[in-house]
Design a protein around this ligand. Structure first.
Ligand SMILES: [Zn+2]
Length: 110
């Protein structure tokens, strides 16, 4: 009987960790765990209480609906910073993706 032996060999050849999991264990992706159901609820509540983009209001005197809750100090996976509402600010997607990202690059956060 050669067949059972072949099967054992095939099992040994199968990698223990699928490739996709290896890719997802990057440093940045550990943060993704923080953006869970609790966060989405807290985020929605915060945006309801703070519906306008802070940057647009302060810098351009513009009224724009905020759609992103931004962490003023990048939390880098730090749960205390992540959940500290004093560290949150409402931003529109434009400000978050352009201005904030540029600032973080300048400050060496990204
Ligand atoms: Zn804005």
């Amino acid at each position: 009987m050669k067949l059972p032996r072949l099967q054992t060999k095939l099992q040994a050849m199968t990698p223990k960790t699928p490739r996709r999991e290896v890719v997802q264990t990057g440093f940045r992706n550990q943060f993704q765990k923080l953006y869970n159901h609790d966060w989405r609820k807290a985020r929605a509540r915060f945006l309801q209480a703070n519906p306008l983009c802070t940057y647009c209001e302060n810098r351009f005197g513009r009224v724009t609906e905020a759609t992103v809750v931004d962490h003023i100090i990048p939390h880098k996976g730090d749960k205390t910073l992540f959940w500290d509402e004093k560290n949150w600010q409402p931003l529109c997607k434009y400000c978050h993706d352009s201005i904030k990202a540029k600032e973080e690059i300048k400050q060496g956060y990204m």
